[in-house]
Design a protein around this ligand. Sequence first.
Ligand code: HEC
Ligand code: HEC
Ligand code: HEC
Length: 457
Amino acid sequence: MKRFWIGVLILIVVCLAGFVAYAWKPAIDPIEPPQRVSFDQALIEKGAVLASVGNCTACHTKPGGKSFAGGLAVPTPFGTIYSTNITPDAATGIGRWSEAAFSRAMREGVERDGNHLYPAFPFDHFTLVSDEDNKALYAYLMTRHAVENRPPANELPFPLNLRFVLAGWKLLFFNKGAYREDAAQSAEWNRGAYLVEGLGHCGACHTPRNALGAERKGAHLAGGEAEGWDAFALNASSSAPIPWTHDSLFAYLRQGWHSDHGVANGPMAEVTGNLGRLPDSDISAIATYLASRMGEPTPERAAAAEDTRKKLSIDQGGTPIPASATAGSPTSRGGAIYQAACATCHDGSRPQPFGGIDFHLSSTIAAGDPQNAINVVLFGLPAASGRESPIMPGFAAMLTDDQVADLLGYLREAYAQKPAWADAKAKIADTRSGKYRVSVRPSDGIERGPDNVGAKD
Ligand code: HEC
Ligand code: HEC
Ligand code: HEC
């Protein structure tokens, strides 16, 4: 028996030692901040596009703040994490980081000084990024304006405030390594997978997470949550009434909307705006990969889509007839509100993207979760500054929770042919109270780069 316990003890010590060896990362020596001229201009420009795909500005810039200077509060179920300053400032940014230190952060989620980084920084996706692309990203970031800014300390409870603990998280959930080509697939498919799974980190929003904040295995792209919005499923469980195709995905990602699906709203507007900087060939590759993840629609879905098209009375020539002429007569309370407050814009008679979508086509109304419909109805879609964008007034001050619930119930039944959302009323109240910290943004979705792209100094 004594021997047994000694054995157990030795095993524990060996495991602990192994874990410490795994968890411990050396610091990488600081360097003198490199000169701008030491970077090739073409490499910097390549890095600018890659930074758009990785949405680096979105997370590393706080509203009204300088690009890449950090300090944006990233809310997580565990507490608030602040993004860091990734400008080349020597004291508060990454000015003293060598390319090796930068690449290690992207590939392993480790700071220059050896500390582990929180997965609020999507290194679990960025690990797939190639050495060449990291080189270009580094060249781009190191040639931005250096901004002195020290972001606030993270607000996390013990023991999550200990970065050492993150090594355990990594052990459980993190697979390190560059993208490996799938030889059975085309070059275009592989390019799309590389962008979607890696730098694009689409799954960071579109995949549900487990209790420890890691993306759930086996539920890849099955629909997740982002900034108080529902990021719809991008696999076979997509809620789109007309199934997505390569061509509609290409158009939606290229221009931020598609006539069969409407406009990219909420956090997705920023994503489509950023993707706008990619060449067509890359957008097409993403569309090819996503279309393959979604697969061919089942016969039932294809039939339902056919039905939807008939309802819209879109003939082969593509002439739409206003849905108000074909939708059932709205006698319910919700229907009356729709007629009075929504129909002028949403009856399908005004062209997309600036006219409201016909709800027969809306993933938002067909989705399993009412969150996005609630967000849009309560807070509306604010105007983009300085350019035409889809605009909708918010109805928070005009409609009570009961009225919004009646309205959404009507839209579900009349347009998605689905029962009203069971949890709508509670969610409306919680959304109104600010519980989900919904980000309200314009649906501009068109190129919107950081303020110092192309800065020459
Ligand atoms: C979803 C939000 C998000 C996105 C997108 C994002 N980051 Fe971050 N990043 C963070 C957060 C939050 C941290 C701080 C994590 C921590 O404190 O552990 C961070 C940390 C970093 C660090 C470590 C810096 C330091 O001083 O420790 C680097 C380098 C970095 N990010 C680069 C990038 C690059 C390059 C991109 C785009 C390709 C990018 N990030 C995109 C949220 C993001
Ligand atoms: C910051 C979070 C976030 C990231 C990152 C993100 N998405 Fe989205 N996405 C969303 C949200 C939220 C929606 C719902 C938008 C709406 O309501 O109009 C959405 C919607 C979509 C839709 C439309 C789905 C439908 O049925 O209407 C597609 C397609 C899509 N995203 C593709 C992508 C791709 C490809 C990427 C990676 C390049 C990506 N998304 C990255 C949050 C995100
Ligand atoms: C002044 C015109 C206008 C009015 C009035 C209006 N909307 Fe909108 N709505 C829009 C525009 C433009 C969009 C963006 C188009 C899109 O998202 O495809 C939009 C988008 C939406 C969406 C997101 C649809 C999707 O799938 O992307 C919902 C849900 C919605 N509106 C509901 C309503 C409801 C409910 C009312 C009435 C209470 C209403 N709207 C009134 C113009 C309007």
